[in-house]
Design a protein around this ligand. Structure first.
Ligand code: THU
Length: 159
């Protein structure tokens, strides 16, 4: 039996090492946390999607008293971007989160369901979608969702 080892490539950096475009996207994801509706978890997440035409679409997590009816910031943002601009590839997505009155130190990684939606968005756009995960302590840059979802199921898996 052979063993398969799969590596994940993540660049770790600080805010001042980002490009101007990446900084603006992170700033907008941070701003979006203030429009989050998270009275149950008090975990306020914001996301900002950069489209190929230069537009930026932001979104935040939207919770519900019937918990599973709520939605993460990433999916709110990507579904909105894809419904408003169905033909525009999303080239980057920044994610930030705040709790206990401050931005989190360790960055938050997208949940499994959001990873699947990010994968579909990348597939639709026919190009890699860069993830920028903001943490006060460090920022993670991941060049494709396939790094976080190496054994993925997409349209091609359907044959
Ligand atoms: N949440 C997001 O919006 N994105 C993530 O990547 C992780 C979790 C939301 C869902 C819920 O509203 C709250 O954070 C706590 O899980």
């Amino acid at each position: 039996m052979k063993e398969l080892n799969i590596n994940t490539k993540i660049k770790v950096c600080q805010y001042d090492e980002l490009t101007q475009e990446q900084k603006l996207l992170v700033d907008q994801a941070k701003e979006a946390t203030f429009r989050s509706y998270a009275p149950y978890s008090n975990f306020f997440v914001g996301a900002a999607a950069l489209l190929e035409n230069g537009e930026v679409v932001t979104g935040s997590n939207q919770e519900n008293a019937a918990y599973p009816s709520g939605l993460c910031a990433e999916r709110v943002t990507l579904f909105y971007a894809n419904s408003k601009y169905p033909d525009q590839p999303v080239t980057a997505l920044a994610i930030a989160a705040r709790t206990n009155g401050d931005f989190i130190n360790e960055c938050a990684a997208p949940c499994g369901a959001c990873r699947q939606v990010i994968l579909e968005t990348e597939y639709r756009g026919k190009q890699p979608l860069q993830l920028i995960l903001f943490g006060k302590g460090q920022i993670y840059i991941i060049d494709s969702i396939k790094e976080l979802l190496p054994l993925y199921f997409d349209k091609d898996s359907l044959g």
